[in-house]
Design a binder for this molecule. Structure first.
Ligand SMILES: CC(C)(COP(=O)(O)OP(=O)(O)OC[C@H]1O[C@@H](n2cnc3c(N)ncnc32)[C@H](O)[C@@H]1OP(=O)(O)O)[C@@H](O)C(=O)NCCC(=O)NCCS
Length: 128
């Protein structure tokens, strides 16, 4: 999963992961979409409070992007979050991915900000 995230999310920005960043994920929910043993897409969910959970690190293998894998994984993540009692899903969406989340029912919330050197918006959806 870290390799997929590196290839899709960090290397194109000239960045990598610092070990502490990964250690903080030990209480998160890590989700993957697989074909046989190979992970094709992934994301993780970090609880913010008892009603809100944050989707992070959403990545689909480059050659499979645009084929519906991301939308399927997002729906699955929403079901997992809803089953665990969360009402809202939020994320810090890259500006380039806003359209993807909008198509899946998310709305921007607040001003544009910079994260990992590129523009982002907070987005939110009521999932329950
Ligand atoms: C963004 C990402 C997760 C979307 O997953 P995907 O599997 O490529 O998307 P899907 O094929 O499920 O697309 C679902 C719909 O969203 C649209 N869509 C996908 N990516 C989009 C984008 N970047 N901007 C606008 N619309 C997009 C698709 O056209 C599709 O619409 P349709 O159903 O009308 O055809 C994936 O492309 C990816 O990993 N991108 C690089 C990393 C990234 O930006 N991650 C998100 C960080 S916030």
């Amino acid at each position: 999963m870290v390799q997929l995230r590196l290839d899709v999310l960090r290397k194109p920005l000239g960045l990598s992961f610092i070990p502490d960043e990964l250690k903080e994920e030990k209480n998160d929910i890590l989700l993957g979409a697989f074909e046989d043993e190979q992970m094709l897409a992934c994301c993780l969910l970090t609880a913010i409070n008892s009603s809100t959970i944050q989707l992070r690190q959403m990545a689909v293998e480059k050659k499979l992007q645009g084929k519906g894998v991301g939308a399927s994984l997002l729906r699955f993540a929403e079901n997992v979050a809803s089953d665990r009692g969360y009402t809202y899903m939020v994320m810090h969406a890259r500006e380039t991915a806003i359209g993807f989340y909008e198509q899946n029912g998310y709305k921007t919330d607040g001003e544009r900000f910079t994260e990992v050197t590129i523009p982002h918006y907070k987005m939110i959806k009521k999932i329950k």
